[in-house]
Write a protein that binds this ligand. Structure first.
Ligand code: AMP
Length: 517
């Protein structure tokens, strides 16, 4: 068996870590020598099959080849309607594009370690639903990785913080990345990490701050006679790059100039931090609302929170720190690197996964990390989405969603209902699994459906249907015969949004054989 790594597969950037023999995790540099790899893929071909370019080199060419570039694919993972067609006419799913990024990360880690990497823990936003978690796991599989676990990003951040600092107490993790926002409250007691509540918005991140700034800059540029950048893919990509650059600059300086060229003319827009904060205020307000919601869900107030961790590149914006200080009355922890906390925690988790044998001198073992921490580590997480099932009302025709496992319940979580067979010799049990709190079936997501064949029981035979979330928050349904007191089997949930076994095998071969640069 090879080495197990931790991967933060981010919307804008990704990073890989491994636990060293000291018991401490460390970020691995990529082949360009950088600790962070932009999650950007440029599809290029040289007359033959596609040879995707991943990372910084790809990102730099975004404006030159806007049609050949894929950015922010994490926003589409688990969405079966999303496809990308490369210039060579090859079509890719979001799982495949993510797999291309993961394959590059795996190969770079192998280069850094001088060993084969076989296993990985990949992090996901706490608020990801079943389809997105499953799709992330599948992307790992397509990339040739044995995915030990998909781990929630805030939990990973808290884990790395707990490893590096004396962190006992109740911790709130405010995680604003490139594309997602997560807010999580955890209790840390020695080597026990218990998530109390989590909430978030998977479409709120630095990307959205860039979008708002792009709109503002575009208006200012038009006033100076520049063409509308939103109508030209190349100009838009260039404007996105300028906007992100200006946003980052304004994290350290109070004003900056944005230079922009279009149709052979040069323009300049002066921009202050205040102006930037004004055009993005509504996004920050949204994070404030979600923080209030998660405190409510945890039945806590700020007085119960001992420490605040800021995670994700977007927490470098001074407005985030000011917001957190204003609402919490506390200064956020300073010894957390917002770009590295998640990947470091993923590496710790990869080492803790029991069945990983560590064959190398370079990598720490489970015993070293537990020794370092002073005991076995336990992590308990909660469900980020309510899990339900579609049932019929008493009229026998109207469907409704019955929540089986509430949001913020500890995982693994199980809930059961007893049912009776409706007719004589009923041949199968059919279940429709949902995610969401509402009782209206229209307002929840159908995760998938499944069927289990039944022996020819008489009408009214008692059955128990058990629904569970495993530690990765993927859904398992099992049916028991209460008369014979035995399990009739597990229902294979055909996930509507995910790839089937056939597609997976095909994509493994397609991506596995690809030259990725
Ligand atoms: P992550 O996914 O955690 O790597 O976050 C990346 C996001 O953080 C991107 O949207 C970046 O534009 C943003 N980001 C990185 N550094 C800064 C900075 N200094 N100021 C503002 N935003 C930043």
């Amino acid at each position: 068996m090879g080495v197990a790594i931790g991967i933060d597969l981010g919307t804008t950037n990704s990073a890989v870590s491994v636990v060293r023999p000291t018991g401490l995790p460390e970020v691995l540099k990529n082949k360009e020598g950088d600790p962070i790899t932009p999650s950007v893929v440029l599809f290029q071909s040289f007359g033959g099959p596609d040879e995707p370019l991943v990372g910084e080199q790809a990102k730099r060419q975004a404006a030159a080849f806007p049609e050949d570039i894929v950015q922010y694919v994490k926003r589409f993972i688990g969405d079966p309607s999303w496809k990308f067609e490369s210039s060579s006419g090859t079509s890719y799913t979001a799982e495949e594009v993510s797999a291309i990024i993961l394959k590059r990360l795996k190969e770079d880690a192998e280069l850094a370690l001088g060993e084969e990497v076989t296993d990985a823990v990949i992090t996901v936003p706490a608020y990801f639903d079943d389809a997105r978690r499953t799709a992330t796991r599948q992307a790992g599989q397509i990339a040739g990785l044995n995915v030990l676990r998909v781990l929630n990003e805030p939990t990973a951040a808290a884990l790395s913080y707990g490893v590096e600092a004396d962190a006992n107490g109740t911790v709130l993790v405010y995680d604003l990345g490139g594309g997602t926002f997560d807010i999580t409250i955890l209790k840390i007691a020695g080597t026990e990490f218990e998530v109390v509540a989590t909430d978030g918005d998977r479409n709120l991140g630095g990307f959205d701050f860039d979008n708002e700034l792009m709109k503002h800059l575009n208006e200012e540029l038009k006033k100076q006679g520049a063409p509308n950048a939103f109508e030209d893919p190349s100009l838009m990509a260039a404007l996105r790059e300028k906007a992100e650059f200006a946003k980052k600059a304004l994290s350290t300086v109070p004003k900056t100039n944005v230079q922009f060229s279009a149709e052979g003319k040069h323009y300049r827009v002066a921009l202050t931090r205040e102006e930037f904060q004004e055009v993005t205020q509504s996004l920050l307000n949204r994070t404030e609302e979600l923080v209030a919601d998660v405190l409510d869900a945890a039945k806590m107030t700020w007085a119960d929170i001992d420490k605040v961790l800021l995670v994700g590149g977007s927490t470098r914006m001074p407005a985030v720190r000011e917001l957190v200080e204003r609402i919490s009355g506390k200064s956020p922890e300073l010894n957390v690197n917002p770009d590295e906390a998640v990947t470091l925690g993923a590496a710790v988790q990869a080492t803790l996964e029991g069945d990983v044998e560590v064959s190398t001198e370079q990598v720490g073992s489970k015993s070293t990390i537990e020794g370092y921490l002073g005991g076995p580590v336990t992590i308990s997480d909660v469900t980020s989405q309510a899990l339900g099932v579609i049932l019929f009302k008493e009229d026998g025709v109207t469907e409704y969603n019955r929540v089986m496992i509430e949001r913020n319940e500890k995982v693994p979580a199980t809930a059961e209902i007893n049912v009776k067979t409706a007719i004589d010799r009923m041949t199968a049990v059919h279940v429709k699994v949902t995610q969401g709190d509402d009782s209206d079936p229209e307002m929840v997501t159908i995760v998938g459906e499944g069927q289990l064949a039944l022996p020819p029981y008489p009408k009214g035979s008692p059955l128990r249907v058990s629904y569970s979330y495993d530690v990765d928050q993927t859904v398992v349904v099992e049916v028991f015969d209460l008369t014979a007191d035995k399990s009739l089997g597990t229902i294979e949930i055909e996930r509507v949004a995910n790839l089937g076994e056939g597609d997976l095998a095909e994509f493994e071969e397609k991506i596995g054989g690809m030259q990725i640069n």
